[in-house]
Design a protein. Sequence first.
Length: 462
Amino acid sequence: MKIEDEIRPWSNDRKARGQDVHKLISGKLHDALMTAYTVVDPNIRALPEDLFEVESRKFKHIATGDFSPEYFRIQEDLAKNIADQISFAKYLEGYGYYASGLVAALSAATKGKRESARAELFQSLLLSIFADVAVAMQQFFERDAKADIEAMDILGTAMKALASGNLAHRIGDDVPAKIAGTRQDFNEAMEAIEGVIGGIGNNAEEVGNGTHEIARAVEDLSRRTENQAAALEETAASLSEITETVKRTSIGAREATGAASAASEMVTQSSTIMDSAEKAMTEISASSAEIAKILTVIDEISVQTNLLALNATVEAARAGDAGKGFAVVASEVRALAHRSANEAKSIRGLIGSSTQHVENGVKIISDVSEALDRTADKVSEIDRLLREIAVSAEEEASGIEQINVAVADMDNMTQQNAAMVEQTLAAAVTLRDGSDRLKALVRELCADGYDQGTTVSFARAG
């Protein structure tokens, strides 16, 4: 229900008393108004004439009980003008000075009158004052309600903009005074949120780029790790084969070393035998030389015997018949000497040939002996080299075995790394997808702000 309908109309008697009140105190109205407006504006020195004229008309309306539409219009204009400058509490304070000034003026003007008459006049004045205050309160409250509704609409619009992700929305300057601080706080908060969201967007963009790079790098690393794992498996298998080969080589080298040692001993023995053979051939050669000397003596004896037999034959011939028997003997002796000489010649030839063969044999044996000595040296060197090869092969086998163990460890580590890379890749993909979703949320949150031109760097980058 409106305040106009709440105020009951005055009776004619009450209006008549109101006329009396107006006549009695209207002359003091200026002073009462000046006191009240000093509360509104402490620097005021004089009441403007147009304001006093409006206040005088309003006072006549309330003093005489004339609560017509004109009164409500006058009061609304006055209340609006005052409300723009002071609060309702301050207004009531000033109105208290105004009312007390009117009561004081009525008290002074009614001195000497009957108490009942004075009471009726004071009652009329107070009814006028409270009715005016009620209207002023209603108008103040309506003004506050409208301001509250406007403020709620403004704040609601701001909250809707924030809820929809429009970070560029700002509350303008034309707002009710009671939310001026809220307006500033909201705008500063939006600035801060926009900066934070912009920073989040920029960081999300950088994180997104980083996660995409990480994902690609981890994918490459995963492929390389898989290739490395396969290569290590092949290497481990090859090393196992090499290890077995080197072990067999080491065993063969040891066997070859044993064979070379046996061959060296055999060559040494052969060399000793050849030395003995060479010595025997030398002794045979010496014996042949001695036999040759003996044959030479035999040959010389044969010649002497032949000469003696020839002389005996000559002497037997001189002796005649007495010497025939001796001649026969001499002839036999000469024939025997001749055969001895021939046999000695033959033996000398055989001995010469044997000597030549012995000399050739000695030379061959000497050459073979030298060759066996050289062979023995080479076999000894081969034996030494084979021993070194055997030792090296054993060392290589041991080293390759260690390498094989290390490669097996590397293979295990690579397999573990591959598993970790797979886990890292899954985490990187999850982080990348989360970063993409975060960027999408930031873009969605800031979309309205971009449409209105107030964009953050992330929006320009994205």
